[in-house]
Design a protein around this ligand. Structure first.
Ligand code: HEC
Ligand code: HEC
Ligand code: HEC
Ligand code: HEC
Ligand code: HEC
Ligand code: HEC
Ligand code: HEC
Ligand code: HEC
Ligand code: HEC
Length: 383
């Protein structure tokens, strides 16, 4: 990505300042806000969590970016934040880091091959389709979570998906869709479905797989990775708040995340490239192997396992699925009735090293939680 000549003035300023520093000239732009060189940060990664960075999002992010109608084109394009903040957003405080050595570390946050003449940049993390495919995007993790209030939306998002009118907009029509689960699929689709294929695995499992775990198709549901759906309604045109430029109305700094039922080393052996899917897997804090597409699961109402009215998507403890949602089928009054949970608890009791693999990847090696033994007790007393 090269940038137009009109930006040449900035290059000039930048180059002359660099030269001044190199020849030991007076420090340009020193201010009380400049940062001591002795500090330990290496300036290779940008943390939104740094105290000094917790300022108005708009002091760095411009909305819309100049390139919004170049990263997406035609009818796919909409005003969006699709470019890195400019030098001005950092210089006030980071003059020293910008002029440190031939290739200052700080440049590589945004640039692929930093130099006073090379403006080439990594793709910005939005749109994710482009970013995820880049070397930087493959390993990047977000500093944020998104708080999406399902309760305020599920009755206004329509289930049908014609491109021009994806949504029934409460503000513009009196037709309110009743709570309908087909609306969930506007934002959540089955990832890599098995559909009519005979092969249930995403990639070929090793011949020695036996009862061992290997990732199956249709395990995960997708979630929005960007603004396409949200900004259909939250735009300057509709005036529905929060407005698109009020980033912090939807993005919140990520709180500490619970351990996921996920094993990064094992996952790397699967030979699957799908960043969005692995992000979901990492966040699975109940059952890592649970397959949405499996027919006896897919027939169930989403509400069997997800209470969207009580969920705050920014708080992982509120999105966890409890074992009670599985126990109705996988816990039985006695072990002879074939319950998978009964079988695994029995096996663990007999053999302390037994690993539970039906629903788990890493959790199955840990101690049996009381929620599980309680579920067995409950199943035994029902009938
Ligand atoms: C001091 C400047 C600065 C401020 C203030 C700032 N950002 Fe950023 N933001 C950046 C930079 C630089 C990047 C690119 C970082 C990277 O790609 O490693 C970025 C990237 C992002 C990303 C994509 C990467 C990720 O972690 O998900 C999101 C989302 C984002 N910013 C949202 C916000 C929101 C929301 C706010 C306000 C609450 C905000 N930013 C405030 C500088 C800033
Ligand atoms: C209002 C002042 C301010 C602005 C604006 C600002 N920073 Fe910072 N930045 C700081 C301070 C203070 C620290 C903490 C330094 C330390 O830890 O000693 C910091 C730390 C950092 C670090 C080091 C993080 C670490 O722990 O390794 C990076 C990288 C960084 N900033 C990049 C940027 C970039 C890029 C921009 C512009 C998009 C920017 N900053 C804008 C004040 C600012
Ligand atoms: C926070 C992200 C960020 C950081 C850090 C950053 N740049 Fe940039 N850089 C940009 C953006 C965005 C542009 C395009 C500006 C525009 O088009 O107005 C740019 C433009 C440039 C250009 C083209 C001329 C210009 O100013 O428009 C050069 C050369 C350049 N950067 C070099 C560097 C070097 C060298 C460093 C480190 C000392 C650096 N940049 C640090 C984001 C960054
Ligand atoms: C307009 C888009 C939209 C609609 C419609 C929608 N959701 Fe969501 N959903 C989201 C977003 C955004 C998130 C947060 C994703 C994230 O954190 O990255 C989310 C998160 C979730 C999660 C939590 C995922 C996790 O992190 O564990 C569940 C479960 C969920 N939605 C179920 C549903 C169900 C069931 C419906 C239908 C009743 C529904 N959603 C309708 C956008 C939507
Ligand atoms: C069908 C149109 C529509 C779509 C699509 C939509 N929203 Fe909304 N959103 C609304 C309306 C209308 C409100 C105001 C609801 C109210 O106040 O009862 C709202 C309110 C909100 C609020 C503020 C809630 C509050 O407590 O004040 C947030 C945050 C939000 N939406 C985020 C999102 C995100 C994130 C997405 C995309 C995943 C999204 N919205 C997609 C129509 C939509
Ligand atoms: C109406 C709600 C809403 C507003 C306002 C909003 N975003 Fe987002 N943003 C989302 C959702 C939802 C996603 C996709 C889900 C996710 O990232 O967890 C997203 C994704 C992103 C991404 C892609 C990287 C990532 O973390 O997945 C970036 C970058 C981003 N937003 C930056 C911004 C910036 C900058 C602003 C303000 C100019 C902004 N957003 C305003 C809801 C919003
Ligand atoms: C039988 C229970 C069950 C049913 C029915 C169910 N889910 Fe889930 N879902 C789960 C479990 C378990 C998880 C993993 C939650 C965790 O560990 O955080 C999950 C996770 C999710 C996630 C996060 C991404 C992922 O795959 O981890 C979304 C989004 C989601 N479900 C949407 C839906 C939607 C939409 C429906 C209805 C079409 C649905 N679910 C039906 C059990 C169920
Ligand atoms: C039918 C599916 C299923 C089986 C079989 C199963 N689990 Fe779980 N496991 C879950 C669910 C769902 C959760 C989330 C628990 C909750 O919050 O109710 C969970 C959570 C856990 C946790 C996390 C701690 C916690 O309380 O959230 C551990 C550890 C665990 N299971 C271990 C095991 C062990 C050991 C076995 C074998 C004896 C086992 N599980 C068998 C579904 C299962
Ligand atoms: C309505 C009954 C029902 C509910 C509720 C249910 N399951 Fe299942 N599940 C089944 C049936 C039937 C099978 C196929 C027989 C088997 O493998 O036990 C199955 C299979 C599975 C499999 C193996 C899938 C495969 O492709 O091999 C896993 C893992 C699983 N369930 C986990 C869960 C978890 C975790 C929950 C709770 C979040 C849950 N199930 C809730 C009925 C259910």
């Amino acid at each position: 990505m090269l940038f137009p000549r009109s930006k040449a003035i900035l290059v000039l300023v930048f180059v002359s300042a660099a030269v001044a520093v190199a020849i030991g000239g007076p420090y340009i732009g020193a201010s009380t806000e400049s940062i001591a060189e002795a500090a330990k940060p290496n300036y290779k990664e940008f943390p939104h969590s740094a105290k000094a960075h917790q300022i108005e999002c708009s002091s760095c992010h411009k909305f819309p970016s100049d390139n919004w109608n170049k990263v997406r084109t035609g009818t796919d394009a909409f005003p969006d934040a699709t470019e890195y903040p400019r030098h001005e957003s950092c210089l006030k405080c980071h003059m020293q880091q910008f002029f440190k050595g031939a290739k200052p570390n700080i440049c590589s946050i945004c640039h692929t091959n930093p130099s006073p003449r090379d403006a080439t940049r990594h793709p910005f993390p939005n749109p994710r389709e482009i970013f995820d495919a880049s070397p930087k995007g493959k390993t990047a993790t977000s500093d944020f979570v998104v708080g999406f209030p399902h309760d305020k939306h599920i009755d206004i998002v329509a289930g049908h998906t014609s491109k021009s009118r994806v949504f029934v907009n409460a503000a513009f029509t009196s037709v309110r869709k009743p709570f309908a689960e087909e609306s969930c699929s506007v934002c959540h689709k089955t990832v890599l479905p098995q559909d009519k294929s005979d092969d249930e695995y995403i990639t070929k499992p090793p011949a020695t797989i036996g009862d061992g775990f290997w990732l199956k198709k249709g395990t995960f549901k997708s979630a929005p990775t960007g603004h396409t759906t949200c900004f259909t309604c939250h735009s300057a045109d509709t005036g529905i708040l929060p407005a698109p430029q009020t980033c912090a109305a939807c993005h919140q700094l990520k709180p500490p995340q619970p351990a996921g039922d996920f094993d990064a080393k094992f996952a790397a052996t699967l030979g699957v490239e799908n960043k969005m899917m692995f992000d979901s897997w990492r966040r699975r804090s109940s059952a890592g192997t649970f397959r949405h597409e499996w027919f006896s699961h897919a027939e169930l109402s989403c509400a069997t396992c997800h209470n969207v009215l009580k969920m705050d998507t920014a708080k992982p403890e509120t999105t966890k699925v409890g074992i009670a949602s599985c126990a109705t089928c996988h816990a039985t009054p006695t072990s002879d009735d074939g319950g998978a949970l009964n079988y695994e608890i029995d096996s663990r009791t007999k053999t302390p090293t037994f690993q539970c693999v039906k629903c788990h990847i890493t959790f199955g090696k840990m101690a049996i939680p009381t929620s599980h033994t309680d579920a067995i007790k409950a199943a035994a007393t029902v009938k």
